[in-house]
Design a protein around this ligand. Structure first.
Ligand code: SIN
Length: 282
């Protein structure tokens, strides 16, 4: 069975002695599911999975999703090629702000899988932050403020009303649909989620998609959100992963935030991404 080594006091584990193509083994499938529930972030190196292998792996955790607004690979609607070419120096990077993937959907992804293909010689790391740790250590007045509260999420980068300026767009190799009025629909989610497997509570707010709290304006919400975000991404709660081609990373998208660094101008980076669903948020 795989050996599991924790990465920090709060979040993440590296699995060793695992071949992620051996998914016919029910013990491996169950070990993967329980390791993800316990650590929220799993790193498995030296895998070199094909797209089909990656999809089978993703389905261990839940049904494969097709996400709106970001063009998938032309021959596979469930896979997004997260690509930045060497010449794409301006215009940001996909995922270059702390977020939880597609939190503005009615039923946002439960988790995501990244499968590293081409990695720059320096830079291009990804960070994750434990929102369980963030909630546990939140000052009491903010915990009470969030108790039973819901927040509004909007597909800001893809809509009309809230869209960022075009120069803030992600790099051109990722084709994103912009200007879709449907992406401006406001969706409400609890500000604090409960992990169905472990009962752990986690903050569920992020600076890309959360605009305000239910019953409050953006202006009224901002001071609370700013304090919470500052706390939510403290280095104490985070893991920074330095990629190698062949790495596979799986994370719980509801219990963590993540951030893609944009510090590898002049180099190509290509990682395949799949996402899986579970039950809708209550
Ligand atoms: C993402 O936000 O899913 C992209 C992460 C990355 O490219 O490191």
């Amino acid at each position: 069975m795989p050996q599991i080594q924790r990465l920090t006091g709060f979040l993440g584990a590296q699995m060793q002695g695992t071949d992620l193509r051996a998914l016919d083994d029910p013990d491996l499938r169950s070990a993967l599911r329980s390791a993800l529930a316990e650590h929220q972030l799993l790193i498995i190196r030296d895998q070199s999975l094909s797209i089909e292998d990656q999809k089978r792996l993703t389905e261990v955790f839940g049904e494969l999703m097709q996400l709106p607004y970001v063009a998938p690979m032309h021959d596979d609607p469930s896979v997004i090629a997260v690509l930045k070419e060497a010449h794409e120096d301006s215009g940001g990077v996909f995922g270059g702000e702390w977020h939880s993937d597609f939190s503005f959907l009615d039923n946002p992804p439960a988790g995501s899988v990244l499968n590293a293909q081409e990695i720059p010689p320096v830079g291009g790391d990804t960070l994750w932050s434990s929102q369980i740790a963030a909630f546990e250590t939140l000052p009491e007045h903010l915990k009470s403020f969030l108790d039973g509260r819901r927040a509004v999420h909007v597909g800001k980068p893809y809509g009309v009303k809230f869209a960022p300026p075009s120069e803030a767009r992600a790099n051109a190799s990722i084709r994103m649909t912009r200007g879709d009025p449907e992406a401006d629909c406001e969706v409400l989610h609890p500000a604090v989620l409960i992990n169905p497997d472990t009962g752990a509570r986690a903050l569920y707010l992020n600076p890309i998609y959360t605009t305000r709290f239910d019953g409050m304006t953006e202006e009224e919400s901002r001071p609370f959100l700013e304090q919470i975000y500052k706390h939510a991404v403290r280095p104490d709660f985070s893991v920074r992963h330095k990629w190698r081609a062949g790495d596979v990373v799986i994370w719980d998208n509801r219990m963590t935030l993540h951030y893609a660094t944009n510090d590898y101008a002049g180099f190509r980076r290509l990682i395949y991404r799949t996402t899986f669903r579970s039950s809708p948020l209550e």
